[in-house]
Design a protein around this ligand. Structure first.
Ligand code: EPU
Length: 439
Protein backbone atom coordinates (compact mmCIF):
# COMPACT_ATOMS: atom_id res chain seq x y z
CA UNK A 1 0.00 0.00 0.00
CA UNK A 2 1.26 3.46 -0.85
CA UNK A 3 2.11 5.46 2.23
CA UNK A 4 0.73 8.91 2.88
CA UNK A 5 2.59 11.63 4.76
CA UNK A 6 0.70 14.31 6.65
CA UNK A 7 2.68 17.54 6.64
CA UNK A 8 1.87 20.47 8.90
CA UNK A 9 3.69 23.18 6.99
CA UNK A 10 4.59 26.82 7.36
CA UNK A 11 7.59 26.22 9.63
CA UNK A 12 11.25 26.61 8.69
CA UNK A 13 13.40 23.49 8.39
CA UNK A 14 16.37 23.90 10.70
CA UNK A 15 19.19 21.62 11.78
CA UNK A 16 21.69 19.23 10.30
CA UNK A 17 21.48 16.16 8.06
CA UNK A 18 24.09 14.01 6.32
CA UNK A 19 24.23 13.00 2.67
CA UNK A 20 26.08 9.84 1.68
CA UNK A 21 27.10 8.41 -1.69
CA UNK A 22 25.49 9.49 -4.95
CA UNK A 23 22.44 7.58 -6.20
CA UNK A 24 23.62 8.14 -9.76
CA UNK A 25 27.06 6.67 -9.09
CA UNK A 26 26.86 3.91 -6.46
CA UNK A 27 24.72 1.41 -8.45
CA UNK A 28 27.03 1.86 -11.45
CA UNK A 29 30.18 1.15 -9.45
CA UNK A 30 28.37 -1.96 -8.19
CA UNK A 31 27.81 -3.04 -11.81
CA UNK A 32 31.50 -2.38 -12.59
CA UNK A 33 32.46 -4.95 -9.94
CA UNK A 34 31.08 -7.64 -12.32
CA UNK A 35 34.06 -7.03 -14.60
CA UNK A 36 36.63 -7.96 -11.97
CA UNK A 37 38.30 -11.22 -11.05
CA UNK A 38 38.63 -10.11 -7.40
CA UNK A 39 36.11 -8.81 -4.83
CA UNK A 40 35.43 -5.06 -4.68
CA UNK A 41 34.56 -2.89 -1.69
CA UNK A 42 32.53 0.29 -2.03
CA UNK A 43 32.06 2.72 0.88
CA UNK A 44 29.65 5.60 1.56
CA UNK A 45 26.78 3.51 0.14
CA UNK A 46 23.35 4.94 1.02
CA UNK A 47 20.29 2.82 1.87
CA UNK A 48 18.18 3.58 -1.19
CA UNK A 49 15.98 1.43 -3.41
CA UNK A 50 18.33 1.49 -6.44
CA UNK A 51 21.08 -0.09 -4.33
CA UNK A 52 18.68 -2.88 -3.35
CA UNK A 53 17.60 -3.49 -6.97
CA UNK A 54 21.19 -3.71 -8.22
CA UNK A 55 22.16 -5.94 -5.27
CA UNK A 56 19.33 -8.32 -6.20
CA UNK A 57 20.32 -8.33 -9.88
CA UNK A 58 23.97 -8.96 -9.04
CA UNK A 59 22.99 -11.78 -6.67
CA UNK A 60 20.87 -13.37 -9.42
CA UNK A 61 24.02 -13.40 -11.55
CA UNK A 62 26.08 -15.19 -8.93
CA UNK A 63 27.80 -12.19 -7.31
CA UNK A 64 28.10 -12.51 -3.51
CA UNK A 65 26.83 -9.19 -2.14
CA UNK A 66 27.36 -8.20 1.45
CA UNK A 67 25.89 -4.84 2.46
CA UNK A 68 26.25 -3.19 5.85
CA UNK A 69 23.88 -0.19 5.63
CA UNK A 70 24.99 1.29 8.96
CA UNK A 71 28.64 1.40 7.97
CA UNK A 72 27.66 2.15 4.38
CA UNK A 73 29.98 -0.54 3.02
CA UNK A 74 29.18 -3.08 0.35
CA UNK A 75 31.41 -5.99 -0.65
CA UNK A 76 30.88 -7.57 -4.06
CA UNK A 77 32.50 -10.87 -4.94
CA UNK A 78 32.11 -11.74 -8.65
CA UNK A 79 34.16 -14.97 -8.65
CA UNK A 80 31.14 -17.16 -9.51
CA UNK A 81 29.29 -15.08 -12.11
CA UNK A 82 26.62 -17.10 -13.93
CA UNK A 83 23.58 -16.60 -16.18
CA UNK A 84 20.37 -15.74 -14.37
CA UNK A 85 16.89 -17.02 -15.20
CA UNK A 86 14.94 -14.63 -17.39
CA UNK A 87 11.87 -14.97 -15.12
CA UNK A 88 13.89 -13.90 -12.06
CA UNK A 89 15.34 -10.92 -13.92
CA UNK A 90 11.89 -10.02 -15.19
CA UNK A 91 10.61 -9.77 -11.63
CA UNK A 92 12.89 -6.75 -11.18
CA UNK A 93 11.83 -5.05 -14.39
CA UNK A 94 10.42 -1.59 -14.19
CA UNK A 95 11.99 -0.67 -10.87
CA UNK A 96 15.18 1.07 -12.05
CA UNK A 97 17.18 2.23 -15.07
CA UNK A 98 20.42 0.57 -14.00
CA UNK A 99 19.85 -2.95 -15.52
CA UNK A 100 20.75 -1.69 -19.01
CA UNK A 101 24.30 -1.11 -17.74
CA UNK A 102 24.74 -4.82 -17.05
CA UNK A 103 25.08 -5.42 -20.83
CA UNK A 104 28.82 -4.86 -21.34
CA UNK A 105 30.00 -6.63 -18.17
CA UNK A 106 27.70 -9.63 -18.76
CA UNK A 107 28.76 -9.87 -22.40
CA UNK A 108 32.39 -9.97 -21.28
CA UNK A 109 31.76 -12.49 -18.52
CA UNK A 110 29.14 -14.74 -20.12
CA UNK A 111 28.84 -13.87 -23.80
CA UNK A 112 25.16 -12.96 -23.44
CA UNK A 113 22.69 -10.97 -21.35
CA UNK A 114 18.97 -10.40 -20.94
CA UNK A 115 17.91 -6.92 -19.88
CA UNK A 116 14.35 -6.33 -18.64
CA UNK A 117 12.42 -3.29 -19.80
CA UNK A 118 13.51 -0.35 -17.73
CA UNK A 119 11.77 1.67 -15.06
CA UNK A 120 12.91 4.93 -13.50
CA UNK A 121 11.08 8.21 -13.43
CA UNK A 122 8.42 9.14 -15.90
CA UNK A 123 9.90 12.47 -17.03
CA UNK A 124 10.05 11.92 -20.78
CA UNK A 125 10.29 9.08 -23.31
CA UNK A 126 13.66 7.90 -21.99
CA UNK A 127 14.62 5.78 -25.02
CA UNK A 128 17.61 3.38 -24.99
CA UNK A 129 18.55 3.74 -28.67
CA UNK A 130 22.04 5.18 -27.91
CA UNK A 131 22.74 2.21 -25.64
CA UNK A 132 21.73 -0.37 -28.22
CA UNK A 133 23.56 1.39 -31.08
CA UNK A 134 26.67 1.53 -28.93
CA UNK A 135 26.53 -2.18 -28.11
CA UNK A 136 26.04 -3.05 -31.80
CA UNK A 137 29.12 -1.00 -32.69
CA UNK A 138 31.16 -3.18 -30.33
CA UNK A 139 29.90 -6.20 -32.29
CA UNK A 140 27.02 -7.33 -30.06
CA UNK A 141 23.83 -8.81 -31.50
CA UNK A 142 20.79 -7.13 -30.03
CA UNK A 143 17.29 -8.68 -30.18
CA UNK A 144 14.19 -7.12 -28.67
CA UNK A 145 11.78 -9.55 -26.94
CA UNK A 146 8.35 -8.90 -25.47
CA UNK A 147 9.70 -8.08 -22.03
CA UNK A 148 13.18 -6.85 -22.68
CA UNK A 149 16.33 -7.07 -24.76
CA UNK A 150 18.50 -10.10 -25.45
CA UNK A 151 22.14 -9.35 -26.26
CA UNK A 152 24.90 -11.72 -27.29
CA UNK A 153 28.52 -11.48 -28.39
CA UNK A 154 29.71 -14.99 -29.12
CA UNK A 155 32.85 -13.71 -30.86
CA UNK A 156 33.78 -11.18 -28.21
CA UNK A 157 33.58 -7.38 -28.33
CA UNK A 158 35.89 -5.14 -30.34
CA UNK A 159 36.88 -1.53 -29.67
CA UNK A 160 35.26 1.02 -31.97
CA UNK A 161 34.58 4.70 -32.67
CA UNK A 162 31.37 6.05 -31.20
CA UNK A 163 29.86 9.50 -31.36
CA UNK A 164 26.89 10.25 -29.13
CA UNK A 165 24.31 12.59 -30.71
CA UNK A 166 23.66 13.94 -27.19
CA UNK A 167 25.98 13.63 -24.14
CA UNK A 168 23.87 10.96 -22.46
CA UNK A 169 25.03 9.93 -18.99
CA UNK A 170 23.80 6.35 -19.34
CA UNK A 171 25.14 5.81 -22.87
CA UNK A 172 28.55 7.15 -21.80
CA UNK A 173 28.59 4.72 -18.89
CA UNK A 174 27.47 1.91 -21.20
CA UNK A 175 30.43 2.64 -23.48
CA UNK A 176 32.93 2.79 -20.61
CA UNK A 177 31.73 -0.45 -19.02
CA UNK A 178 31.92 -2.21 -22.40
CA UNK A 179 35.11 -0.66 -23.81
CA UNK A 180 37.38 -1.38 -20.84
CA UNK A 181 37.59 -5.06 -21.75
CA UNK A 182 36.83 -4.87 -25.49
CA UNK A 183 39.70 -5.77 -27.80
CA UNK A 184 41.72 -2.73 -28.95
CA UNK A 185 40.94 0.97 -28.86
CA UNK A 186 37.62 2.74 -28.36
CA UNK A 187 37.12 6.44 -28.97
CA UNK A 188 33.95 7.98 -27.59
CA UNK A 189 33.19 11.55 -28.68
CA UNK A 190 30.29 13.65 -27.44
CA UNK A 191 30.58 11.96 -24.04
CA UNK A 192 28.89 13.12 -20.85
CA UNK A 193 31.40 14.25 -18.22
CA UNK A 194 29.27 14.42 -15.07
CA UNK A 195 31.22 14.04 -11.78
CA UNK A 196 29.51 10.66 -11.29
CA UNK A 197 31.01 9.51 -14.61
CA UNK A 198 34.44 10.76 -13.57
CA UNK A 199 34.10 8.72 -10.38
CA UNK A 200 33.19 5.64 -12.44
CA UNK A 201 36.39 6.27 -14.41
CA UNK A 202 38.26 6.39 -11.08
CA UNK A 203 36.80 3.00 -10.16
CA UNK A 204 37.63 1.45 -13.54
CA UNK A 205 41.18 2.78 -13.37
CA UNK A 206 41.56 1.22 -9.91
CA UNK A 207 40.46 -2.08 -11.49
CA UNK A 208 43.20 -1.85 -14.12
CA UNK A 209 41.49 -0.06 -17.05
CA UNK A 210 43.39 2.32 -19.34
CA UNK A 211 41.44 5.45 -20.30
CA UNK A 212 41.92 9.19 -20.85
CA UNK A 213 39.45 12.09 -20.92
CA UNK A 214 40.00 15.11 -23.16
CA UNK A 215 38.53 18.56 -22.59
CA UNK A 216 36.45 18.22 -25.79
CA UNK A 217 34.21 15.43 -24.43
CA UNK A 218 36.31 12.68 -26.02
CA UNK A 219 37.17 9.62 -23.96
CA UNK A 220 39.74 7.11 -25.23
CA UNK A 221 39.87 3.61 -23.83
CA UNK A 222 42.45 0.92 -24.45
CA UNK A 223 40.88 -2.46 -23.78
CA UNK A 224 42.61 -4.84 -21.33
CA UNK A 225 42.18 -8.62 -20.97
CA UNK A 226 41.54 -8.73 -17.25
CA UNK A 227 40.42 -6.39 -14.47
CA UNK A 228 40.77 -6.86 -10.72
CA UNK A 229 38.55 -5.53 -7.91
CA UNK A 230 38.50 -2.02 -6.39
CA UNK A 231 38.27 -0.28 -3.03
CA UNK A 232 36.53 3.04 -3.38
CA UNK A 233 34.54 5.66 -1.49
CA UNK A 234 31.64 7.11 -3.47
CA UNK A 235 31.44 10.81 -4.16
CA UNK A 236 28.58 12.46 -2.21
CA UNK A 237 25.10 12.89 -3.66
CA UNK A 238 25.07 16.42 -5.08
CA UNK A 239 21.40 16.12 -6.06
CA UNK A 240 20.30 15.29 -2.54
CA UNK A 241 22.51 18.08 -1.15
CA UNK A 242 20.94 20.63 -3.53
CA UNK A 243 17.45 19.35 -2.69
CA UNK A 244 17.95 20.10 1.01
CA UNK A 245 19.46 23.47 0.09
CA UNK A 246 16.29 24.32 -1.87
CA UNK A 247 14.19 23.11 1.06
CA UNK A 248 16.05 25.56 3.35
CA UNK A 249 15.31 28.38 0.92
CA UNK A 250 11.65 27.57 0.33
CA UNK A 251 10.85 27.17 4.05
CA UNK A 252 12.97 30.18 5.16
CA UNK A 253 15.08 27.65 7.02
CA UNK A 254 18.67 26.89 7.88
CA UNK A 255 20.24 23.49 7.11
CA UNK A 256 23.77 22.18 7.46
CA UNK A 257 24.24 19.46 4.84
CA UNK A 258 27.08 17.33 6.14
CA UNK A 259 28.91 15.65 3.28
CA UNK A 260 27.94 18.22 0.59
CA UNK A 261 30.94 18.80 -1.67
CA UNK A 262 31.55 22.20 -3.27
CA UNK A 263 33.52 21.14 -6.42
CA UNK A 264 30.56 19.12 -7.77
CA UNK A 265 28.08 21.88 -6.98
CA UNK A 266 29.64 25.13 -8.20
CA UNK A 267 26.93 25.76 -10.80
CA UNK A 268 24.20 25.14 -8.23
CA UNK A 269 25.92 27.36 -5.65
CA UNK A 270 26.23 30.25 -8.13
CA UNK A 271 22.53 29.99 -8.88
CA UNK A 272 21.62 29.71 -5.19
CA UNK A 273 23.54 32.92 -4.50
CA UNK A 274 21.86 34.74 -7.44
CA UNK A 275 18.43 33.75 -6.11
CA UNK A 276 19.41 35.25 -2.75
CA UNK A 277 20.21 32.10 -0.75
CA UNK A 278 23.16 32.13 1.63
CA UNK A 279 25.74 29.39 2.12
CA UNK A 280 28.97 28.74 3.92
CA UNK A 281 31.36 26.02 2.81
CA UNK A 282 33.54 23.98 5.15
CA UNK A 283 35.50 20.74 4.88
CA UNK A 284 32.62 18.86 6.54
CA UNK A 285 29.80 20.11 4.34
CA UNK A 286 27.80 23.16 3.29
CA UNK A 287 25.56 25.28 5.48
CA UNK A 288 22.56 26.68 3.52
CA UNK A 289 20.08 29.25 4.77
CA UNK A 290 17.52 31.88 3.84
CA UNK A 291 19.08 35.18 4.93
CA UNK A 292 15.74 37.00 5.31
CA UNK A 293 14.29 39.58 2.94
CA UNK A 294 13.13 38.83 -0.58
CA UNK A 295 14.46 36.23 -3.00
CA UNK A 296 15.39 37.25 -6.58
CA UNK A 297 13.84 35.88 -9.76
CA UNK A 298 16.24 34.35 -12.30
CA UNK A 299 16.51 33.02 -15.85
CA UNK A 300 17.88 29.50 -15.83
CA UNK A 301 18.28 26.56 -18.14
CA UNK A 302 19.12 23.01 -17.26
CA UNK A 303 21.94 21.34 -19.15
CA UNK A 304 24.48 18.54 -19.07
CA UNK A 305 27.53 19.03 -16.85
CA UNK A 306 28.98 21.58 -16.21
CA UNK A 307 25.56 23.19 -16.69
CA UNK A 308 22.74 23.41 -14.15
CA UNK A 309 21.59 19.80 -13.57
CA UNK A 310 18.08 18.82 -14.55
CA UNK A 311 17.76 17.01 -11.23
CA UNK A 312 18.31 20.29 -9.35
CA UNK A 313 15.49 21.95 -11.25
CA UNK A 314 12.36 20.62 -9.55
CA UNK A 315 13.27 21.42 -5.91
CA UNK A 316 14.55 24.87 -6.89
CA UNK A 317 11.33 25.72 -8.74
CA UNK A 318 9.48 25.49 -5.40
CA UNK A 319 11.86 28.08 -3.92
CA UNK A 320 11.40 30.27 -7.02
CA UNK A 321 7.66 30.52 -6.30
CA UNK A 322 8.81 32.65 -3.34
CA UNK A 323 11.08 34.97 -5.40
CA UNK A 324 10.00 38.48 -6.46
CA UNK A 325 9.31 38.86 -10.20
CA UNK A 326 9.33 36.51 -13.18
CA UNK A 327 11.67 33.52 -13.23
CA UNK A 328 12.22 31.50 -16.39
CA UNK A 329 13.17 27.82 -16.27
CA UNK A 330 14.07 26.17 -19.57
CA UNK A 331 14.39 22.38 -19.20
CA UNK A 332 16.69 21.13 -21.99
CA UNK A 333 17.56 17.60 -20.80
CA UNK A 334 14.11 15.96 -20.54
CA UNK A 335 11.09 16.89 -22.64
CA UNK A 336 8.56 16.26 -19.87
CA UNK A 337 10.03 17.33 -16.55
CA UNK A 338 7.72 20.24 -15.77
CA UNK A 339 4.50 18.25 -15.30
CA UNK A 340 4.99 18.45 -11.54
CA UNK A 341 4.23 22.20 -11.65
CA UNK A 342 0.47 21.53 -11.99
CA UNK A 343 0.20 20.55 -8.30
CA UNK A 344 2.25 23.60 -7.30
CA UNK A 345 -0.31 25.72 -9.18
CA UNK A 346 -3.10 24.10 -7.17
CA UNK A 347 -1.19 25.12 -4.06
CA UNK A 348 -1.22 28.76 -5.16
CA UNK A 349 1.92 29.07 -7.28
CA UNK A 350 1.71 31.16 -10.42
CA UNK A 351 3.44 29.05 -13.11
CA UNK A 352 2.83 28.87 -16.85
CA UNK A 353 4.49 26.28 -19.07
CA UNK A 354 5.34 26.82 -22.76
CA UNK A 355 6.34 24.74 -25.78
CA UNK A 356 8.88 27.38 -26.88
CA UNK A 357 12.51 27.44 -25.78
CA UNK A 358 12.54 30.40 -23.39
CA UNK A 359 15.98 31.62 -22.39
CA UNK A 360 19.19 31.56 -24.46
CA UNK A 361 19.48 28.06 -25.92
CA UNK A 362 17.46 26.49 -28.71
CA UNK A 363 17.19 22.93 -27.43
CA UNK A 364 16.13 19.58 -28.98
CA UNK A 365 12.56 20.10 -27.79
CA UNK A 366 11.81 23.49 -29.37
CA UNK A 367 9.02 23.77 -31.99
CA UNK A 368 7.67 20.40 -30.87
CA UNK A 369 4.83 19.47 -28.63
CA UNK A 370 6.69 19.57 -25.32
CA UNK A 371 5.90 22.05 -22.56
CA UNK A 372 9.49 22.32 -21.41
CA UNK A 373 9.80 26.01 -20.46
CA UNK A 374 8.18 27.53 -17.38
CA UNK A 375 7.57 31.09 -16.24
CA UNK A 376 7.18 31.39 -12.49
CA UNK A 377 5.76 34.59 -11.10
CA UNK A 378 6.21 35.33 -7.41
CA UNK A 379 6.14 35.61 -4.58
CA UNK A 380 2.95 33.64 -3.97
CA UNK A 381 2.10 32.11 -0.60
CA UNK A 382 1.57 28.35 -0.92
CA UNK A 383 -1.60 26.68 0.43
CA UNK A 384 -1.79 23.17 1.84
CA UNK A 385 -3.21 20.50 -0.51
CA UNK A 386 -3.53 16.77 -1.08
CA UNK A 387 -0.88 15.87 -3.66
CA UNK A 388 0.44 12.67 -5.23
CA UNK A 389 4.14 12.14 -5.84
CA UNK A 390 4.72 12.10 -9.63
CA UNK A 391 8.39 11.01 -9.75
CA UNK A 392 11.49 11.02 -7.58
CA UNK A 393 12.62 14.66 -7.77
CA UNK A 394 9.09 15.95 -8.30
CA UNK A 395 8.13 14.02 -5.17
CA UNK A 396 10.79 15.69 -3.07
CA UNK A 397 9.67 19.05 -4.46
CA UNK A 398 6.14 18.31 -3.29
CA UNK A 399 7.47 17.62 0.19
CA UNK A 400 9.22 20.99 0.12
CA UNK A 401 6.06 22.71 -1.12
CA UNK A 402 3.96 21.07 1.61
CA UNK A 403 6.53 22.07 4.23
CA UNK A 404 6.51 25.66 2.98
CA UNK A 405 2.70 25.90 2.76
CA UNK A 406 0.55 27.03 5.70
CA UNK A 407 -1.78 24.28 6.89
CA UNK A 408 -1.95 20.50 6.63
CA UNK A 409 -1.10 18.77 3.35
CA UNK A 410 -1.28 15.08 2.52
CA UNK A 411 1.45 13.73 0.26
CA UNK A 412 0.45 10.42 -1.35
CA UNK A 413 2.86 7.78 -2.66
CA UNK A 414 5.93 8.96 -0.75
CA UNK A 415 7.77 5.64 -1.18
CA UNK A 416 9.03 6.68 -4.62
CA UNK A 417 11.17 9.24 -2.78
CA UNK A 418 13.18 6.49 -1.07
CA UNK A 419 14.55 5.52 -4.51
CA UNK A 420 16.94 8.43 -4.15
CA UNK A 421 16.69 10.03 -0.70
CA UNK A 422 18.11 7.95 2.12
CA UNK A 423 16.07 7.98 5.37
CA UNK A 424 14.23 11.09 4.25
CA UNK A 425 11.58 10.78 6.96
CA UNK A 426 14.08 10.69 9.80
CA UNK A 427 15.99 13.54 8.18
CA UNK A 428 12.80 15.62 7.99
CA UNK A 429 12.18 14.93 11.68
CA UNK A 430 15.79 15.88 12.50
CA UNK A 431 15.07 19.22 10.81
CA UNK A 432 12.02 19.77 13.07
CA UNK A 433 9.49 19.16 10.30
CA UNK A 434 6.01 18.45 11.63
CA UNK A 435 5.28 15.27 9.62
CA UNK A 436 3.40 12.08 10.41
CA UNK A 437 2.74 8.87 8.47
CA UNK A 438 -0.97 8.18 8.05
CA UNK A 439 -0.76 4.46 7.33
N1 EPU B 1 18.55 9.71 -24.43
C1 EPU B 1 18.18 9.23 -25.67
N2 EPU B 1 18.55 7.95 -26.01
C2 EPU B 1 19.27 7.14 -25.17
C3 EPU B 1 19.64 7.65 -23.89
C4 EPU B 1 19.27 8.96 -23.55
O1 EPU B 1 17.53 9.93 -26.46
O2 EPU B 1 19.56 5.99 -25.52
C5 EPU B 1 18.12 11.08 -24.04
C6 EPU B 1 17.12 11.02 -22.87
O3 EPU B 1 15.81 10.77 -23.31
C7 EPU B 1 17.30 12.39 -22.25
C8 EPU B 1 18.78 12.69 -22.48
O4 EPU B 1 19.21 11.81 -23.53
O5 EPU B 1 16.52 13.34 -22.95
C9 EPU B 1 19.66 12.50 -21.28
O6 EPU B 1 19.50 11.21 -20.75
P1 EPU B 1 20.70 10.46 -20.02
O7 EPU B 1 21.01 9.21 -20.75
O8 EPU B 1 21.80 11.43 -19.76
O9 EPU B 1 20.01 10.08 -18.64
P2 EPU B 1 20.11 8.73 -17.84
O10 EPU B 1 21.47 8.16 -17.88
O11 EPU B 1 18.95 7.85 -18.18
C10 EPU B 1 20.90 9.82 -15.60
C11 EPU B 1 20.34 9.89 -14.20
C12 EPU B 1 19.15 10.84 -14.18
C13 EPU B 1 19.63 12.21 -14.65
C14 EPU B 1 20.28 12.11 -16.03
C15 EPU B 1 20.86 13.42 -16.48
C16 EPU B 1 20.83 7.70 -13.38
C17 EPU B 1 20.33 6.39 -12.92
N3 EPU B 1 19.91 8.56 -13.79
O12 EPU B 1 19.84 9.28 -16.38
O13 EPU B 1 18.73 10.93 -12.84
O14 EPU B 1 18.54 13.08 -14.69
O15 EPU B 1 21.31 11.11 -16.01
O16 EPU B 1 21.82 13.87 -15.59
O17 EPU B 1 22.02 7.99 -13.33
C18 EPU B 1 17.27 11.24 -11.07
O18 EPU B 1 18.24 11.01 -10.33
O19 EPU B 1 16.15 11.65 -10.65
C19 EPU B 1 17.42 11.04 -12.50
C20 EPU B 1 16.40 11.03 -13.35
Amino acid sequence: MERILRVNGGKPLTGEITVRGAKNFVPKAMVASLLGTQPSVLSNVPRIRDVDVVSELLTLHGVRVNYDPGAGTITLDPSNVESAHVADIDALAGSSRIPILFCGPLLHRLGEAFIPDLGGCNIGGRPIDFHLDTLRRFGAEVTRTETGTHISAKNGLKGTKIHLPYPSVGATEQTLLTAVMAEGLTELSGAAIEPEIMDLINVLQKMGAIMSVDTDRTIRIEGVKELSGFRHTSLPDRIEAASWASAALATKGDIFVRGAHQPDMTTFLNTYRKVGGAFDISDEGIHFWHPGGELNSIVLETNVHPGFMTDWQQPLVVALTQARGLSIMHETVYEDRLGFTSALKEMGANIQTYRECLGGLQCRFGQRNYRHSAVISGPTPLRAADITVPDLRGGFSYLIAALAAEGTSRVYGIDVISRGYEHFLSKLRALNADVELEN
